[in-house]
Design a binder for this molecule. Sequence first.
Ligand code: SF4
Length: 168
Amino acid sequence: MVFLDTQYHFAETRWYVERVCERYGLSLRIIEPLIPPDDLWRVDPDACCEMRKVEPLARALQGKEAWLTGLRRDEAASRAEAPIVSYDIGRGIVKVNPIAPWTREEVEAYTAERRLPEHPLKAKGYPSIGCWPCTDPVRDGDDPRAGRWAGSGKLECGLHGWSPAKAT
Ligand code: SF4
């Protein structure tokens, strides 16, 4: 299990990660970018995501045959076609999104039923949480990812793409 430390996470995210690790006894691999903190996110968020998310994930996945994510189709229009299993052509490994078809309501029901820990910012209007410079709260009825890079036209960080050769 990998946590990509972009160096720009909310303090609440760090707290939440520690709670989840404690509860489940997880041995988390924390992967950091190869560059120090800077202001690149202000002028070139695509390049910033490339250096703080995409490249670190590539390092984390070296030598692996598959990776799993929590991506879901109803998170955003850009994810509506996400398959459960696909061949990640860019990385040359299998990609599995086990809960891709789950709705937000199903996730909330499962969370309540299992009493899973929740990110503290969720109750403050953040249904999707990334780095603090690029994450705003959303209004009721908004796309859950509307607060990510709000107003910039950017929808994804570059970690997720899927090939047409999807299996499910
Ligand atoms: S979400 Fe923002 S701060 Fe985080 S890596 Fe991407 S551009 Fe940089």
